[in-house]
Design a protein around this ligand. Structure first.
Ligand code: B4P
Length: 191
């Protein structure tokens, strides 16, 4: 079983690269952002709890996210491995993930961290906002808030994985397939 965290600021390309990773390595994809958007669309109680946080570009509270991931893992016990896309986003979430995987006997093998400059992130998100219909992509203030929240609450998660010797930085600027090739090289070195 291969478990990987795909990490990076908003708009770094986590969703974009996850699609390629799951196809090549047959991992099960868990995107907490996608799961929340699905719940919002379906009008579930979980979706209602998450919506106001997401629309403002803030993080959904840890206990809500961790509970949702617990549930997902329980329903995917036969997976060959997981790509965690957008989770963990806080140090308490990283600690929770270690506990969740301890129960399954397969810890995180690596955190692949996409490095992209802020100006490029803002341009990508504003561009996606033209067609995505996502409230958090459409307003420059919300985009700026998401990037600030990333530096304040999410970036410390890097140190958590650096301390475990699992941190791998990936240059995230440029051609999507070239970035995927760097990711593939990093994954191939793990197995
Ligand atoms: P997410 O859904 O995780 O999304 P994201 O950060 O917006 O984007 P991602 O990095 O996946 O970007 P993408 O590939 O799409 O989070 C949304 C919200 O959900 C959060 O703000 C938060 O409120 C909540 N949430 C989710 N997880 C949470 C958690 N664990 N805890 C608390 N709250 C949580 O790429 C963006 C754009 O760039 C796309 O248009 C893409 O086509 C383009 N692009 C990608 N790679 C490119 C490249 N190399 N060159 C040019 N463009 C590129």
């Amino acid at each position: 079983m291969l478990n990987i965290v795909l990490f990076g600021p908003p708009g770094a390309g986590k969703g974009t690269q996850s699609e390629r990773i799951i196809e090549k390595y047959h991992l099960t994809h868990i995107s907490t952002g996608d799961l929340f958007r699905k719940n919002i669309k379906e009008g579930t109680e979980l979706g209602l709890r998450a919506k106001s946080f997401m629309d403002a570009g803030n993080l959904v509270p840890d206990e809500v996210v961790v509970g949702m991931v617990d549930d997902f893992l329980k329903h995917h016990r036969d997976a060959e491995g997981f790509i965690f896309d957008g989770y963990p986003r806080t140090t308490p979430q990283a600690e929770a993930l270690d506990r969740q995987l301890e129960n399954m006997g397969h810890p995180i093998a690596a955190m692949l961290s996409l490095a992209v400059p802020d100006e490029e992130l803002k341009a990508r998100l504003a561009n996606r906002g033209k067609t995505s219909g996502r409230p958090d992509d459409q307003d420059p203030e919300k985009i700026n808030n998401r990037i600030s929240v990333y530096y304040r609450e999410t970036q410390p998660v890097m140190d958590y994985y650096k301390a475990q010797g699992k941190y791998v930085e990936i240059h995230g600027l440029g051609d999507i397939e070239e970035i995927f090739s760097s990711i593939s090289d990093a994954i191939d070195q793990l197995s």
